[in-house]
Design a binder for this molecule. Sequence first.
Ligand code: CMX
Ligand code: CO
Length: 142
Amino acid sequence: MLTRIDHIGIACFDLDKTVEFYRATYGFEVHHTEINEEQGVREAMLKINETSDGGASYLQLLEPTREDSAVGKWLAKNGEGVHHIAFGTADVDADAAGIRGKGVRVLYDEPRTGSMGSRITFLHPKDCHGVLTELVTSATEH
Ligand code: CMX
Ligand code: CO
């Protein structure tokens, strides 16, 4: 069951400048940073609030590490902006299987590693009314 908005993924050209914008404008502080080579991103997670399912909601600021990555290609085409949304679930495997059964393309056969040791998969934006949609089970949930 999807129980929270886990994060909103925002693509940017310069992670440090974008982090500074969110700090100076809204007072949001960096909770975590990492490089995910498989996804081709350098990222910062800004925690917005805790959620009633025991998780939290974040902004995920994403800078590509290479031009041919998902975020690199998207930035070249669209410029900066909202890249994806992510719903949180205690069981990404079960939710991905259920959604696949409804005819929506799930991009990975097995969930991969996302931020902070989470397990993630994606739904194809063309099957989701133009929204690239991620499903996340956080490290504390799995
Ligand atoms: N949101 C909405 N539509 C998108 C999109 C996005 N983020 N990315 C691509 N599309 C659309 C394109 O506009 C294009 O549409 P048109 O054919 O109408 O022009 C279509 O999807 C195909 O796009 P593409 O540029 O040819 O890109 P690919 O098919 O190679 O890849 C996708 C698209 C979704 C399969 C790829 O981006 C992907 O695998 N994404 C999942 C992984 C990811 O995004 N990782 C980064 C985030 C990591 C994290 O959150 O931790
Ligand atoms: Co994400």
